[in-house]
Design a protein. Structure first.
Length: 449
C-alpha cells in the first residue's frame, strides 16, 4: 500500500488528487514553485516541497526537481495530474529506473501514443477504426500528392510529433498541396524538432467524441462511455458533456467495446482517452491521451465513480473496483471551464481575486483552487476552475448549469463565465446540435471585437 503520494502538479487538479489521497488514508505531498507558496494545493496537502522558480521549465516541468522532492519526502508514488509531465515518457522512464511508482501508464505506452503515426498503426491493428490516410509518414511532396489523389481532396497534413491541433495544414485541392505540405513540415520542425508528417482525409464537419477507458495492466479493461468535446476555441475545450448528445446507447456500447478490448490487449494500465472524429454515424480514431483529462468529472458524474481513486488502486497492483457490468450510465453531466481571460480575445488575466463564491446544491460540483484574496500568477495556464453539473437528463443538466452560473462569483479578474450564460441561450446548444467548428463561428458572429 502507498503511504505517501507526491502530486507533480498545481491548481485544481492537485486538489483533486489530494482529496482522493485523503479519502484513501494516503499522505499527500504538494510541490510548488516560489510563485505558488500561497497556493491552495500547498495549504491542502499534508506536506509540501518548494521545487524552484516560477517558470514551469524550472519547477513543475523539471524532472530532477520533482524526483528530488520525491526522495526528500519519501513518497512511494507520483501522480502527474494533466499537462506538465503527465505524458512525458522520459520522466516515467526515470521513475521506473528509480523504483518510484508512476500513477499512470508505462513509459512504453506513453511513447507509443505520443508518436501519432505509431499510435494510429497500433490502434488500427487492434481493430479501432481510423481516418483514411497515408500508411505512415509521408517523406516528400510527390508522395503527398499521390496519397491525396488516392484518398481524394480535401486532405489534412499533420505532424507525427504533434497532437492537440498543433502543426496541421489543410489542402483543399491539388493546387494547395505544395504550400500546405511545405508549411506543415516547416512548422513541425520548428515546434517539435521533427519534420515528419502524415496525411489524412479531411473531415469537414465532425464532432470530437472521446471514449474514456480504464485498464488494470493485467489484460482487463473497461470503457466509461464518451464525452462530446466539440466546443473548442483554438484547440482549447471550453464546454464538455457526457453522454454525447449525438450518441445512442447501442452506438456507445459498440465503440466502447472496441476501445476497451483494444486497451485490454496491450495491458494498458490506468485512465486513458481514445479520441475520435465522429461524422455521419462513423467513428475515426485520431489520437489517444494517456492521462487523466481535465474533463474527467463529467464521466465520474454519470457513472458515479472516482477515477483518481481507481488510478491509485491499479498503480498499487489492486484490481479496479468495478467491472463493465457494474458501470451503469445515469443522467447527463456538463462541465464548463472557467478561465481567467478577458473576452472577446481570451487574453490571459492574472491578478487578485477579490471575491469568490462557489455554487452548490444538488448535482453541482466546483473544482477550483481559488480563494478570497488569492493572486493568480501569470506563469501558468489560465484555467481557474471547472463547474460540473449533473442532472437526470440533458435538459435538467442545462437548467442546473444556468442556475449554478448565477450563483458563481469570481471578482477581481475577467473570466470566461459570461460566455457560458450566452451559450446556454443558443437554440443549437440547447438542442445539442453542434460540431467542432460551431463555437469559433459563433464567437466570430457574437464577440468579434
Ligand atoms: C482532423 C480534422 C479533420 N479531419 N483530422 C485538431 C486537433 C487534433 N487533435 C485533431 N484535429 C483535427 N483533426 C481530420 N482528418 C479536424 C481537426 C480539428 C478539430 C478536432 C477536434 C476538435 C476541434 C477541432 C478544431 C479544428 C480542427
Amino acid at each position: 500500500m502507498f503511504q505517501k503520494i507526491l502530486i507533480a502538479n498545481r491548481g485544481e487538479i492537485a486538489l483533486r488528487v489530494i482529496r482522493a489521497c485523503r479519502e484513501m488514508g494516503i499522505r499527500s505531498v504538494a510541490v510548488h514553485s516560489t510563485a505558488d507558496s500561497d497556493a491552495m494545493h500547498v495549504r491542502m496537502a499534508d506536506e509540501s516541497v518548494c521545487i524552484g522558480p516560477p517558470p514551469g521549465a524550472q519547477s513543475y516541468l523539471s524532472i530532477p526537481a520533482i524526483v528530488s522532492a520525491c526522495e526528500i519526502s519519501g513518497a512511494d508514488a507520483i501522480h502527474p495530474g494533466y499537462g506538465f509531465l503527465s505524458e512525458n515518457a522520459n520522466f516515467v522512464q526515470v521513475l521506473e529506473d528509480h523504483d518510484i511508482t508512476f500513477i499512470g501508464p508505462t513509459s512504453d505506452h506513453i511513447r507509443i501514443m505520443g508518436d501519432k503515426i505509431t499510435a494510429k498503426d497500433t490502434m488500427k491493428a487492434l481493430g479501432v477504426p481510423c481516418v483514411p490516410g497515408s500508411d505512415g509518414g509521408v517523406p516528400d511532396l510527390a508522395t503527398a500528392e499521390k496519397v491525396a489523389e488516392q484518398i481524394g481532396y480535401p486532405v489534412i497534413i499533420k505532424a507525427t510529433a504533434g497532437g492537440g491541433g498543433r502543426g496541421m495544414k489543410v489542402a483543399r485541392t491539388a493546387a494547395e498541396m505544395t504550400r500546405a505540405f511545405q508549411t506543415a513540415r516547416a512548422e513541425a520542425k520548428g515546434a517539435f524538432g521533427n519534420d515528419e508528417v502524415y496525411i489524412e482525409k479531411y473531415l469537414e464537419k465532425p464532432r470530437h467524441i472521446e471514449v474514456q477507458v480504464f485498464g488494470d495492466g493485467k489484460g482487463n479493461a473497461v470503457h466509461l462511455g464518451e464525452r462530446d468535446c466539440s466546443l473548442q476555441r483554438r484547440h482549447q475545450k471550453v464546454f464538455e458533456e457526457a453522454p454525447g448528445p449525438a450518441i445512442d446507447a447501442e452506438t456507445r456500447a459498440r465503440i466502447g467495446k472496441v476501445c476497451a478490448e483494444a486497451v485490454a490487449r496491450i495491458n494498458y494500465i490506468g485512465a486513458g482517452t481514445i479520441e475520435f472524429l465522429y461524422e455521419n454515424g462513423e467513428f475515426f480514431f485520431i489520437e489517444m491521451n494517456t492521462r487523466l483529462q481535465v474533463e474527467h468529472p463529467v464521466t465520474e458524474a454519470i457513472f458515479g465513480v472516482d477515477l483518481v481513486r481507481e488510478q491509485i488502486r491499479v498503480a498499487e497492483g489492486l484490481p479496479m473496483s468495478f467491472t463493465q457490468d457494474d458501470l451503469v450510465l445515469n443522467g447527463h453531466a456538463i462541465e464548463v471551464r472557467i478561465n481567467a481571460e478577458k473576452l472577446p480575445n481570451f487574453s490571459p488575466c492574472p491578478g487578485r481575486i477579490t471575491a469568490f463564491h462557489a455554487p452548490g446544491g444538488l448535482g453541482v460540483r466546483m473544482d477550483s483552487a481559488l480563494y478570497d484574496g488569492y493572486v493568480i500568477p501569470p506563469y501558468y495556464d489560465s484555467l481557474i476552475g471547472k463547474l460540473i453539473v449533473h442532472g437526470r437528463d440533458r435538459p435538467e443538466a442545462l437548467a442546473r448549469l444556468a442556475r449554478a452560473l448565477g450563483e458563481l462569483i469570481v471578482d477581481g479578474v475577467d473570466t470566461t463565465i459570461p460566455l457560458f450564460s450566452a451559450l446556454l441561450a443558443e437554440p443549437e446548444i440547447q438542442a445539442g446540435s453542434y460540431d467542432i467548428h460551431w463555437l469559433e463561428r459563433w464567437l466570430e458572429r457574437n464577440l468579434a471585437a
